[in-house]
Design a protein around this ligand. Structure first.
Ligand SMILES: Cc1cc2nc3c(=O)[nH]c(=O)nc-3n(C[C@H](O)[C@H](O)[C@H](O)COP(=O)(O)OP(=O)(O)OC[C@H]3O[C@@H](n4cnc5c(N)ncnc54)[C@H](O)[C@@H]3O)c2cc1C
Length: 444
């Protein structure tokens, strides 16, 4: 196989890396072209106070089977590189914890039942109503004739304001990257099923001991290069050549390559730009236009070393920061990351104003904390796919009738919710299809 033309992979985020690793595993030559100076895409490393930290605060779950498979290939090991902790949702307002829900590792549906009955800060009536809804979803008793917003769905299902604000809204923000007012009810039911009604592993959180680049991208790069793959950093793919419904090549800012197999793993916007000139790919470009994205801002704050949260992360109510993460598990004691998720239409203030507001909120939540020593704001515009109403219909297909062209990313249909996990699944899936094609030709 080694003498065949390489498979070109455009983009070195987790999608592209997952495709490259799968192809390399089968000794198929690959050339991965990444426009940035480092791999990792949206999860790439940034530096705060001279320490490596993640551009994105990613919640990894124990049920992310495709990511865990990748980890095993790269020898990223539980306990050494990451640990599992139960999903623990803490909502805090002012000085008090208003709600705490800690999932139990029991077979479904007993884990969610035990967790909900023992949750603190929720009237029993609301707990019973939410468990009834989860049970209806489990028994597949809800048929949506058309997708509606989660807010409307929860109202129809008799969920009261408190359970929506304390439980459903943070879950929607975390998993659907959308507020209940515009999140998709169809995908909400998938979220509930995956998180609480499937394997108990699904509701465990994986906490990494180092930043995502050190844990994954650096090792992925070593693996691909050791297996003979080529990685070109700092080269942007500017055009895709297609003739007679087949890929014929790609162009970068400084070269042209003949190619018969290309995996586009360049995230939504760049994929759209590369596909737009081709009328045959109208279906895919139209799908991509209908997807909603949310802006993500992470504020890093360094407090004195002894500053800690009661758990690794918690949610806040009615504040600018939606989630607060203690970076001590990544050997950064006193460092906090505060995340803000907003629709692109919502303008966010200047960095200084955001930090001022967040520090004011933190001083109310944790009055005993000393002032922060330094800060950094990392903005990621159009960073995450928002699972809004009808997103399920707008997700693209991995191929659109062009021979040799594969499209991968979290915006491509997959058996799981759009996420880092679906990005990895889609990258691997494209690689698997190419492997099947090639094995049909050569018997590898
Ligand atoms: C702040 C933040 C928080 C998030 N939180 C979560 C979470 O909690 N859980 C979760 O599951 N997901 C989360 N996500 C989403 C997750 O990061 C994405 O699903 C994932 O990164 C998608 O990977 P990708 O490889 O498809 O795309 P990307 O990571 O965007 O990678 C695409 C790569 O292609 C490169 N590229 C683009 N155009 C070209 C070109 N023309 N030529 C060459 N290279 C090109 C880019 O430089 C980039 O490196 C979060 C994202 C952000 C930003």
């Amino acid at each position: 196989m080694t003498e065949s033309a390489p498979v070109y992979i455009v983009g070195g985020g987790w999608t592209g890396l997952s495709a490259a690793i799968e192809l390399c595993r089968k000794k198929i030559p690959v050339t991965l072209i990444e426009s940035g100076k480092q791999l990792g895409g949206k999860t790439r490393r940034v530096s705060f106070d001279g320490k490596p930290v993640d551009q994105s605060q990613i919640m990894l779950f124990g049920g992310y089977q495709n990511i865990l498979r990748l980890f095993r290939t790269l020898k990223i090991q539980e306990n050494q590189d990451y640990e599992r902790v139960p999903f623990d949702l803490i909502l805090r307002r002012k000085r008090k914890t208003k709600f705490r829900f800690r999932h139990f590792r029991l077979p479904a549906p007993y884990g969610i039942r035990a967790a909900m009955y023992l949750a603190r800060g929720m009237p029993m009536q609301d707990k019973i109503r939410s468990l009834r809804l989860i049970d209806k979803i489990r028994r597949q008793q809800i048929n949506l004739t058309e997708d509606i917003s989660v807010a409307e769905f929860l109202m129809q299902q008799g969920q009261r304001d408190r359970v929506t604000r304390f439980f459903w809204r943070p879950l929607c923000r975390m998993f659907l990257h959308a507020d209940v007012s515009h999140a998709s009810a169809a995908l909400f039911m998938e979220m509930v099923t995956w998180l609480f009604l499937a394997d108990p592993d699904n509701s465990e959180v994986l906490l990494l001991h180092q930043d995502l680049s050190t844990t994954f991208s650096d090792r992925a790069m070593d693996y691909i290069e050791q297996k003979g793959g080529t990685i070109k950093l700092g080269h942007e793919v500017t055009a895709l050549n297609i003739s007679k419904k087949a890929v014929s090549g790609i162009q970068t800012d400084d070269a042209a390559f003949t190619a018969s197999r290309v995996i586009l793993a360049a995230a939504r916007e760049a994929t759209q730009r590369l596909l737009e000139p081709h009328r045959d790919l109208l279906n895919t470009t139209q799908c991509l236009q209908h997807l909603d994205y949310a802006n993500f801002v992470t504020v890093y704050l360094q407090f004195p070393r002894e500053t800690t949260l009661p758990t690794y992360f918690l949610h806040t109510l009615g504040t600018l920061g939606h989630c607060l993460i203690d970076k001590r598990m990544q050997h950064n004691p006193g460092m906090m990351a505060v995340t803000i998720l907003e629709k692109p239409q919502v303008p966010l203030p200047e960095d200084e104003k955001i930090v001022e507001e967040i520090c004011a909120q933190l001083s109310i939540l944790f009055p005993h904390w000393k002032s922060s020593l330094s800060w950094q704001v990392v903005r990621a515009p159009e960073a995450v796919l928002s699972c809004t109403v009808d997103t399920g219909k707008a997700l693209a297909a991995p191929s659109d009738g062009i021979s040799g062209l594969w499209v991968a990313g979290d915006f491509v249909r997959a058996p799981m919710l759009p996420s880092l996990e679906s990005a990895v699944y889609n990258g691997r899936n494209c690689a698997r299809r190419i492997i099947e094609e090639l094995s049909g030709q050569t018997g590898i």
